[in-house]
Design a protein around this ligand. Sequence first.
Ligand code: NAD
Length: 490
Amino acid sequence: MSTIALLPEVSQFIGRTQGLRINGREVMAEEAFAVLNPSTGGLLAQIAKAGAREVDLAVTSASQAFHHGPWTTMGPDARSRIIWRLADLMEERAAIFGQLDALDNGKPFAVARDVDAMWSARHFRYFAGWPDKIEGATIPVNIPDRLNYTLIKPVGVCGLITPWNYPLLMASWKLAPALAAGNTVVLKPSEETPLSVLYLADLALEAGLPPGVLNVIPGLGQEAGAALAAHPGIAKVGFTGSTRTGRAIVEASVGNLKRVSLELGGKAANILFADADLSRAIPGAFWANFGNNGQSCTAGSRLFVHADIHDQVVAGLSEIAAGLRVGPGMDDPAHDLGPVISEKQMRMILGHVDKAQMQGATCLTGGARAGDSGWFIPLTIIGGVTDEMTIAREEVFGPVLSVLRFTDDAEVLVRANSSDYGLAAGLWSQDVTRVRRMADALQAGTVWVNCWGETDAASPFGGVKQSGYGREMGRDAIALYSETKSVWIA
Ligand code: NAD
């Protein structure tokens, strides 16, 4: 086992304190903060820390770019070409993005490069096609001699606030449609993982994005994030993160009634019926939860298994867990999964495992920290979980799967829906009538049938209930970053 050699661009990038990116320039702040490498627990990089003053500078820069810059007056074809060129550059530099996210987040380098970076590039590619298709309508109104039509306008300066689990991808989900719709942006990445988004800002300039259109201001949530969410110059906040922070953002928005869209937490139910094709359903259910080390808002963390196949499924899941290796993201050959993001998160996750056992569940695999350097938790499967246990109700956001037993379709539907969250749900069955009925009745923004976790830049994604509101991706995302103006001409 050796460590993958750092690309020269990556060594240089992390070898000096990275400034904020404001108005096309790198700007240092009064203070810097340390970003740690979750695979070692050691220092990875120093980053300038935005406070209220820097947030204000960035909003002013984005506002200038919105009101006076070429971005909002250039034709749609010119905007498309810049976004398309950015997608090209992201593909060309996917290995750099991959190394930055592997170091910063801990996920395996190959995953960070081939999934996070390449899907992010694909996202920009898809939205590059939108600027000349954002059309209004002519409306057949009843008042005589009147022409009524609609114009689809950008919202203005958008504040985008993103989490650490897919650092580049979550930023791309917001940034690509915001730019395609003609907005300017202040983006605050998670303080845990700011590197790849800072690099993206540099690439955007190289692609021809005018200065001030994209400003990136790493900083703490309570400081930079809160200041951005409350700022009167921000017209819209696009947020991905926890439900708790989502509430704080809604409260902060009331001052100027800024638009808010929220992609929040989840506690997805994944239902294995007795007629499922277990050769696909067992590995499918495993990765539904353990993909990205369980640090996914869509993690299928409540696995409902029909009593007739329960023991076979649990044995199959445990066998997969035993065959996988967890280790640093930059090791070669690659490990299957990396560390969790931080010591705080590790303690929170292990606290959930302990509490589940105190409440009567059984830890079937994993359950304790692995090693003493870095923040590693072996894949943990908890059996005998019942609906009222904390682990069945609260988001764990780590490599922990709860297995719950059921016997009847109507019963499992009620139990699956008895959650405050509603981001995703899924089922495994060969019975088309059952599939259709369940897909219709599960309370979730996305339902996966005989698959899990699939997304596409063209397909809407978002939550119901306390998983948030608004739909990202596809045409819905353009609507999320636009306002409709109605024009009447006499
Ligand atoms: P978090 O809510 O702690 O932080 C998210 C972002 O909000 C960070 O940039 C943080 O600095 C910022 N922030 C924190 N406090 C803030 C405040 N008071 N005002 C403004 N900004 C603030 O979430 P996290 O721990 O980074 O990410 C994990 C959470 O994100 C999980 O709950 C997960 O389910 C959710 N998530 C949801 C989706 C989705 O699409 N629905 C995707 C990924 C992650």
